[in-house]
Ligand binder design. Structure first.
Ligand code: FCB
Length: 447
């Protein structure tokens, strides 16, 4: 008995430029906010940085061969803005574009469909020095960059994602400061969130003007959110949490307004004057697809200690991954079904889902990551359950192809289906990679 996925389901793996490429000073690349952030004492575990990472910039051909050997149908990668426009705006660095041209040609040569993300968090440092995403000018810079990349590579890439996870870029970058550029401010992150969305909208119109008719979308990190009890205080806290993580992005994109409760809640810290006439209609420009990154299902309680956040997340009750989050496959079904019922009938792609475990090479030379196999098995079933409920899910990208630079956790957290021995750059496919190869071959799971 097989649990089959739709024909032509796009099974893939995802990565991001700063997390795998390395070659930070090569071929004219300019510095990004992550190069600068990684140098701040204490910002990243062990003082790690992406300067070398998986050295994918030099090893891309072997990495593509690996993808082909696993049978991947698609590969989601990101383009590094500072490789293409080292100063953020102005002079184009052809050698940066050439790298992606080689990569994309190599994917096609192996029958792997490319999906390109334009912004996966590596803002050129030159733009951060002018205020980064808190500065409205960055929205125009992003649209210019998007147009340059699309002009050079658009014909070869059927799927374009403008932004990866604007909530993380805004809140972790400018709110709690755990990510680059490390700013901690209760209001700045909201203007950054708005400018990320506005930059997305402007990039959409720039790509449409260049002839992009299909395959254009954005990727949001969406969480399933549940109140810890039916106490009205917990219910209200869950709604605040949902507003902060999910609706702040979904509503302007798909309903043409910021949610009233979120606007009034943050009126204590901002007058929202960064939202100007016409912005929302730019943000709400029609898309062709939506990317969903799924990692979390929260149980939310009222913040009786009044820590300032307005809610507390209860600890997980399910097996935890190496980053301490619970394993909650049902939340994926919930998120996908909610999108269909409340927001959009656009085709959906799970553009990321995965888990970190304490992987190691065993004496036989393999990496027997049984936890990751069971994690993906349960999440693929959850995705299938959403399809059975009428969700138009067209693809699934596991996070990640390779162990890589996991942002503030550096190299201490391994998410790959392929183990990377960072000292030698040797790649060792884990058990989960061989298991995934079979899932792809049979387009399903045995039930
Ligand atoms: C997501 C990011 C991705 C990776 C995974 C674990 O939030 O998009 O780059 O760090 O988490």
């Amino acid at each position: 008995m097989m649990l089959r996925f739709p024909a032509n389901f796009l099974w893939g793996a995802a990565t991001a430029a700063y997390q795998i490429e390395g070659a930070a000073d090569e071929d004219g690349r300019g510095p990004s906010i992550w190069d600068a952030f990684a140098r701040k004492p204490g910002a990243v575990t062990h003082g790690d940085s992406g300067a070398i990472a998986c050295d994918h910039y030099h090893r891309w051909e072997a990495d593509l061969d690996l993808m082909a050997s696993l049978g991947l149908r698609s590969y989601r990668f990101s383009v590094a803005w500072p490789r293409v426009l080292p100063e953020g705006r102005g002079a184009v660095n052809q050698r940066g574009l050439d790298f992606y041209k080689r990569l994309i040609d190599g994917l096609h040569a192996r029958g792997i469909t490319p999906m390109a993300t334009l912004y996966h968090w590596d803002l050129p440092q030159a733009l951060e020095e002018r205020g980064g995403w808190a500065n409205r000018d960055t929205t125009d810079a992003f649209a210019e960059y998007a147009a340059v990349v699309y002009e050079a590579l658009g014909d070869e890439v059927p799927f374009w994602i403008t932004l990866n996870e604007p909530w993380c870029a805004a809140y972790l970058g400018y709110g709690n400061g755990k990510h680059a550029p490390g700013i901690t401010d209760g209001a700045t992150w909201l203007s950054a969130a708005h400018h990320l969305l506005l930059g997305h909208g402007k990039a959409v119109s720039a790509l449409r003007a260049k002839g992009c008719r299909d395959g254009l979308g954005i990727t949001l990190n969406l969480s399933a959110v549940h109140p810890a009890s039916d106490d009205p205080r917990d219910v209200a806290a869950a709604r605040r949490c949902d507003g902060h993580e999910n609706r702040l992005f979904l509503d302007p994109l798909f309903r043409g307004s910021y949610p009233d409760d979120v606007v009034s809640r943050y009126a204590q810290v901002t007058d929202w004057s960064f939202v100007r006439d016409g912005d929302i209609s730019t943000i709400a420009a029609p898309l062709d697809l939506l990317g969903v990154n799924y990692y979390l299902r929260h149980r939310v309680a009222d913040d009786s200690l009044d820590s300032g956040h307005g809610w507390v997340l209860l600890p997980p009750t399910t097996p935890r991954t190496a980053v301490g989050i619970g394993t909650e496959p049902s939340g994926l079904t919930e998120v996908l079904v909610r999108l269909k019922n409340e927001y959009t009938t656009l085709p959906l792609y799970v553009t990321e889902n995965g888990a970190a475990y304490h992987d190691y090479v065993d004496p036989e030379g393999g990496v027997d990551d049984v936890e990751r196999v069971s994690f993906f098995d349960s999440h693929f079933r959850a995705a299938h359950a959403a399809i059975a409920q009428g969700v138009e899910l067209r693809g699934y990208y596991v996070w990640s192809l390779l162990d890589n630079f996991e942002w503030a956790d550096g190299y201490s957290r391994r998410y790959g289906i392929v183990f990377v021995d960072f000292g030698t750059q040797r790649r060792i496919p884990k058990q989960s990679a061989y298991w995934y190869q079979k899932v792809i071959q049979s387009n399903g799971l045995t039930s």
